[in-house]
Design a protein around this ligand. Structure first.
Ligand code: KET
Length: 399
């Protein structure tokens, strides 16, 4: 019966991460998946999360189903974090926010919603983008196109080309934007570039679908969400997917949220209802545990302060590692290639390494980066940075 089922070629990120786990070499370095490791190379359990979890353990209660839209306190605190506690749209009750299975689940619920209610719309993602964007949106039946984004020559942004392409899109097209810490390039729009993009989206009557998986890893929690707030205040129809996988180090708990900014509270009620119907037809309702942890941290002043401080420390460690690898590569690779490590922001740097160099890094040095050349700099630490720099130098020189 199943003879015709073809083999799954695997996923460029998750399958590589699984290969890494199976690699027996003791000197292996995982710079593939977007996971933050601490300076000891360990996946941290954040102190605020540990405290919230201990408190939960003390008060184990009944485990009913959550509502289709998720835990109410979670929805409220997540919305406040994304849009700002005093956001006009939020206070007016015109943002529909629901709990999702990670940021990926938010993208999928949003994609299903678009396919159903904007059947004539297509989506445009950056070239390049997170590999799974195309997979999720095509999986929901949308046609996925790209707009110019990364400039391979300079390691920067092709902003003029990006604006030009977006400025020609048909009405009601969907533009997927990374709020901060662009995956995979580490290149973001500046504040003035976001301001320039706004009138283009308005003039063309476009929908902004913002993916924010790295809030707090760029410049700070507020700064990283500034574009979401700018677009919302400008009256652009915003759909925002956010994830707590990285900034709470809760990857496997699958905690995310989807928000749709509407024109009125009444409209938001109808939109939320349809999002709930998508959830019901897919997985019925979301899981409780991760959402309780996040909500309890965000709603408690002391836990929240602790979380914010620890997140700031993670952000600073990433910056320090960027400096370390940049120094380590001095005189070993050309300056254009080297400059990217400190010019780009967030978890990733687009190294400019070729596929064959990436392959040599893995096979000869046990250093894992994605085939695209994307490196997760959050996997570097004081012990492996020099080894990684030397390995890169060796494959670049062809030694
Ligand atoms: N959006 C972006 C831009 C993103 O990088 C990720 C995860 C997600 C959404 C998904 O978040 P989650 O809450 O885990 O569903 N990216 C890393 C892991 C992965 O590919 O799944 C990565 O790029 O390595």
């Amino acid at each position: 019966m199943f003879e015709h089922i073809p083999a799954y070629p695997g996923d460029p990120i998750l399958s590589l991460n699984e290969d890494f786990q199976l690699d027996p070499r003791p000197n292996k370095v995982n710079l593939s998946i977007g996971i933050y490791f601490d300076d000891a190379g360990k996946l941290p359990v954040m102190d605020a999360v540990r405290r919230a979890e201990s408190a939960l353990l003390e008060s184990i209660g009944p485990r009913s189903y959550l509502p289709m839209a998720g835990l109410p306190l979670y929805r409220d605190t997540a919305q406040a974090l994304v849009f700002g506690a005093n956001s006009e749209a939020r206070v007016a009750g015109r943002i529909a926010t629901l709990q999702t299975i990670g940021g990926s689940g938010a993208l999928k619920v949003g994609a299903d919603f678009l396919k159903r209610y904007f059947p004539g719309s297509q989506i445009w993602i950056s070239e390049p983008s997170w590999e799974n964007h195309r997979v999720v949106f095509e999986g929901a039946g949308l046609t996925v196109n790209t707009y110019p984004y990364y400039d391979e020559q300079t390691g920067g942004l092709r902003f003029a080309d990006m604006i030009e392409t977006i400025g020609r899109l048909p009405e009601k097209s969907v533009v997927l934007l990374h709020a901060c810490c662009h995956n995979p390039t580490g290149v973001d729009l500046s504040a003035s570039q976001w301001a320039e993009l706004v009138p283009v989206l308005q003039r063309r009557k476009l929908i902004a679908f913002v993916d924010m998986a790295y809030q707090g890893f760029g410049a700070g929690l507020e700064e990283d969400a500034a574009c979401v707030r700018l677009l919302t205040e400008a009256g652009i129809p915003v759909i925002a997917a956010n994830s707590f996988s990285k900034n709470f180090s809760l990857y496997g708990e699958r905690v995310g949220a989807l928000s749709v900014v509407c024109q009125s509270a009444e409209e938001a009620g109808r939109v939320l209802g349809q999002l709930m119907s998508t959830v019901r037809s897919n997985y019925s309702n979301p899981p409780t545990h991760g959402a309780r942890l996040v909500a309890n941290v965000l709603a408690d002043a002391s836990l929240r302060a602790s979380w914010e401080a620890e997140l700031a420390g993670m952000r600073e460690r990433i910056l320090a590692m960027r400096g370390t690898i940049h120094t380590g590569l001095a005189g070993r690779v050309d300056e254009v290639m080297r400059a990217r490590y400190i010019a780009q922001r967030g978890m990733f740097t687009y190294t400019g390494l070729s596929e064959s160099q990436v392959e040599r890094l893995r096979s000869e040095y046990a250093v894992y980066v994605l085939r695209s050349g994307r490196m997760c700099v959050a996997g570097l630490n004081a012990r492996n940075a020099e080894y990684v720099a030397a390995s890169i130098a060796a494959v670049v020189s062809g030694a």
